[in-house]
Design a protein around this ligand. Structure first.
Ligand code: BGC
Length: 523
């Protein structure tokens, strides 16, 4: 179908199923190294909940919270841990990441994906050092902000890097490795907290916070050895270099079909002077814009971070002791890692939609089960003093099923799907919108969860379940399948979609019109 033009392929390139090439070791190693970027994000998600439950840390930096908790004699379990200052410590990082992701967009586009990763790693390292050495709360906050900037840069650049470097039919597999690293980061952080909390002298929190520097060093070192993506090189006018690289990473000499598609994408991209203005104004980007907002919104409204940030607190609430609570958090962490591996194997085989839909239904069932269990035992007053062991165990099992549902669907695909749907001209800007929305809702959930638990009680789980219903319906009706479609050919999924196609063929849309003319001239 080469040359039939935009109506079929979205580009003027050849049949994507005929892109020759194999999976080379070079590309596997490069992608593994890049996926390390997920570690720094995961470590942060996992570390703060445990650190803020360490008494010496609280006593040093948040004495009023510490004394309130010590003096609290109420039996209302729902409200035991509600403290805005403390949650601000956790959530401030995500606000910094939100702002940084917009700066990262320009850097990723102008200087390449690799430099953004390296920069993110460096800033993160400085943040980790300041946090480990903190003697005053201001050092803690500055450290958190720097960590947030690092996360903003890494999350903006790594998923793009992975999606562009991977052969199109392995894109799901490699991109999910980013999420796998996130989950490993969370688990390692949980384990560290478990052991460091026991260190005599109460300085274990310094180790927990400081060791965040290790994944940062890994990403800095590995980004020295990474090459940039062919798409980014072409976008910056380094065509010959891109061609040589493409031959190397695909392991064949004949890369013309793929290379021509990237060139065509770049030519379209040059017509779009201001990606930021266009992504919001131009109707032909409407489907992509909607996805870049709704996917991270829905990902966070699954309520997953309630478990990731506050699992120990939640488990304490349902009757486990301190040690058992931290251990249960480790168990959900292990399930999170293992279930993500399912997605690595199946995202490219079963497709994104199957996983999204199955994951949604599974999360819904187990959220309702948790709500029913907690509702039955705690009622609306939350006044409980004695809870049977079996009850806590059943709740933990339900939470494990819920986490598994997330871990093979909205977890990895929440990063994969947005990173593969944008056209080159708006890819960097679109990814920033994705990261910013994700960080905003991560911040919000982290900030308001304990308050919501206190007021909404077990209804909180119903609240999140409501969004899971919405997102599953949205996926069913509005999310086209993207597996096995080359990244520079993605516009065709919108052109073929029953709903989105109305935005794609508007002759009055200036961007759409200019790109069409450009393709006709080039065919
Ligand atoms: C989400 C995080 C979440 C993690 C859990 C990621 O995809 O963006 O907010 O904590 O998955 O594994």
């Amino acid at each position: 179908m080469g040359g039939v033009g935009f109506a079929v392929s979205g580009r003027r390139g050849d049949d994507p199923t005929q892109y020759p090439g194999k999976l080379t070791w070079y590309v596997v190693m490069t992608l593994m190294a890049a996926a390390m970027g997920g570690l720094i994000f995961g470590y942060d998600i996992g570390i703060s909940g445990g650190v803020t439950s360490m008494a010496p840390f609280l006593e040093k930096f948040f004495p009023s919270v510490y004394h309130n908790q010590m003096d609290d004699t109420s039996t209302n379990q729902y409200c035991k841990f509600d403290s805005q200052i403390l949650t601000l410590f956790t959530s401030s990082l995500y606000l910094a990441a939100l702002v940084a992701s917009f700066f990262a967009s320009t850097m990723t586009k102008k200087f390449g994906r690799r430099k953004s990763m390296m920069f993110g790693g460096l800033i993160f390292l400085v943040g980790a050092i300041i946090n480990a050495a903190a003697v005053h709360i201001s050092m803690l906050i500055i450290g958190r902000v720097l960590l947030g900037i690092g996360v903003g840069f890494a999350n903006q650049s790594v998923p793009l890097y992975l999606s562009e470097m991977s052969p199109y039919n392995y894109r799901g597999t490699f991109n999910v490795c980013f999420q796998l690293m996130i989950t490993i980061g969370i688990l390692v952080a949980n384990l560290f907290n478990y052991f460091f909390a026991k260190i005599e002298g109460g300085w274990g929190w310094r180790l927990s916070l400081g060791l965040a520097g290790v994944p940062a060093i890994i990403i800095i070192i590995s980004s020295f050895f990474l090459s940039d993506t062919p798409n980014s090189l072409v976008d910056r006018g380094r065509d010959e270099e891109a061609k040589t690289l493409l031959k190397r990473i695909r392991g064949v000499e004949n890369i013309d079909a793929e290379f021509n598609d990237i060139l065509a994408a770049r030519n379209d991209a040059r017509l779009v002077q201001n990606p930021w203005q266009n992504i919001f104004k131009s109707r032909c980007y409407r489907p992509q814009l909607v996805m870049s907002i709704l996917i991270p919104f829905f990902q966070q409204l699954t309520g997953i971070n309630v478990i990731m940030f506050y699992a120990p607190v939640l488990f304490k609430t349902i009757g486990f002791g301190s040690d058992a609570s931290l251990m249960s958090a480790v168990i959900t962490g292990v399930i999170n890692v293992l279930a993500t591996c399912v997605s690595i194997g199946f995202a490219d085989r079963w497709g994104r939609r199957t996983l999204f839909l199955e994951g949604g239904v599974q999360m819904l069932i187990f959220q309702i089960a948790v709500a029913a269990l907690i509702g039955a035992k705690f009622g609306v007053t939350g006044d409980v003093t004695e809870l049977p062991k079996w009850f806590a165990i059943v709740v933990v099992i339900c939470i494990c099923f819920y986490v598994a549902g997330f871990a093979w669907s909205w977890g990895p695909l929440g990063w994969l799907y947005p990173s593969e749907i944008f056209s080159l001209e708006i890819r960097s800007a679109g990814q920033s919108v994705n990261v910013a929305v994700n960080m905003f809702f991560t911040f919000l959930v982290a900030q308001v969860f304990l308050g919501m638990l206190c007021t909404m009680k077990f209804g909180l789980f119903i609240f999140f379940a409501f969004f899971v219903v919405l997102m599953t319906l949205f996926c069913y009706f509005f999310m086209p399948e993207t597996k096995n479609i080359p990244i520079e050919e993605m516009t065709r999924v919108w052109r073929d979609h029953w709903f989105w196609k109305r935005f794609m063929n508007d002759p009055n849309d200036p961007v759409n019109g200019a790109i069409k003319m450009n393709r006709i001239e080039q065919v």
